[in-house]
Design a protein around this ligand. Structure first.
Ligand code: ADP
Ligand code: MG
Length: 358
């Protein structure tokens, strides 16, 4: 449905996109994941014909976006990073305006009504857009993308600035819309992509660094038969005992925790969890936690985008920066963190999250 070949975009000397190629199949929901500045919006702006590429081609259902722009654009609904809303219009005025400029041929009243139902903005249809909360504004932006019933939806960070409840609503809405449409959804939040998308492309510094299903990515990057064990007791004795288990090929301290507690990274030929349990019981050193060293999607994201030294640390837990490794493992164990890279979410704070006043 979407065919992107060798896209390169230069802004002056700056290479924002470097020879990016990928395809999206009909009916697929593709997640486009990358840190800020990776080139997500640039790619989306080129796919939708909003800006041109320096090199490369984009085809939407066989129509080249530059050679047959009308045919191609008819198939696309685009929600840019900043929704193109007119603040002084009411929701109805705005949707009617978009309907007209798109030259939509569907029955106006019923089409717009249906869209308002789907994105749940019926209750604010008479209100001026400037008086709506961020969540509602975003839904109005999505509504304009849906006008004309496009086969393809391009959504650029549609959940940025929404509160947690709105984020869940928006994700569910996107999943629903994706049932009979082809969707590209960009985000810098790994969890969002894995919650909604069937396939994920990770982009960093203008290049694709990974492309697979979320499950395959986890599997591909995971180390088999490698476990992390948190064990209380003298670390020399613990390491010595672990190293004496015949199947163990290597064992080292992953990070130091509280007094007398360490996390150990243990590699082995077979599953050594049971043997480890009995050996530690023998020396009276309790195992407080035991998990396989499968990388979380967040860790994969950090690893492939190589943005955070701590990510490397998670992969190669040896070396000097032990404090960093500790920090990272602590952080990741807290679990379902939405924003992995603290530098990525600056603009999320202080946004209008006031749903009460719709
Ligand atoms: P993302 O959406 O992934 O955060 P963008 O596609 O917005 O990233 O930007 C990719 C890179 O291109 C960034 O380094 C950004 O500064 C640069 N860039 C984007 N638009 C322009 C522009 N109009 N002029 C110059 N540089 C730009
Ligand atoms: Mg962007």
């Amino acid at each position: 449905m979407i065919e992107i070949q060798n896209l390169t975009k230069r802004f002056g000397n700056k290479v924002a996109l470097d020879n990016v190629s990928f395809t999206v199949n009909k009916g697929e929901i593709l997640g486009f994941l990358g840190p800020n500045g990776a080139g997500k919006s640039t790619t989306m702006n080129i796919i939708t014909g909003y800006i041109s590429s320096t090199e490369g081609t984009v085809k939407i259902d066989g129509h080249d976006i530059l050679l047959e722009p009308i045919e191609a654009k008819k198939k696309i609904g685009y929600l840019p990073e900043q929704p193109p809303l007119y603040m002084d219009m009411t929701v109805d005025e705005y949707l009617s305006f978009v309907y007209e400029i798109k030259g939509c041929k569907l029955d106006k009243a019923s089409h717009l009504d249906e869209i308002k139902e789907v994105v749940k903005i019926k209750d604010v249809e008479k209100r001026k857009i400037k008086n709506l909360s961020k969540g509602y504004k975003q839904r109005v932006g999505l509504a304009q993308a849906l006008i004309g019933n496009p086969d393809v939806l391009i959504l650029d960070e549609p959940t940025v600035g929404l509160d947690p409840k709105q984020i869940i609503e928006m994700r569910n809405l996107i999943k629903e819309l994706g049932k009979d449409r082809t969707v590209i959804l960009s985000s810098h939040i790994m969890q969002e992509i894995s919650a909604v998308c069937e396939r994920v492309i990770i982009i960093n510094k203008g290049k694709i660094v990974a492309s697979d299903t979320p499950e395959n990515l986890s599997r591909r990057f995971s180390e088999t038969n490698s476990v992390i064990a948190r064990i209380e007791g003298d670390s020399f004795q613990v390491l010595d005992t672990i190293n004496n288990i015949p199947e163990v090929t290597s064992a080292k301290i992953y990070s130091k925790k509280d007094d007398g507690v360490c996390d150990y990274l243990i590699e082995s030929n077979t599953d050594i969890r049971r043997a480890l349990f009995f050996e530690m019981a023998k020396i009276n050193c309790p195992i407080i936690m035991l998990r396989s060293n499968e990388l979380s999607l967040e860790e994969i994201f950090l690893t492939v985008t190589n943005d955070n030294a701590a990510a490397e640390q998670a992969q190669n837990p040896e070396g000097q920066a032990e404090g960093q490794a500790e920090e990272l493992s602590g952080e990741l164990e807290e679990g379902q963190k939405e924003q992995v890279n603290p530098g990525l979410s600056n603009n999320e704070k202080g946004e209008d999250n006031d749903e009460s006043g719709i």
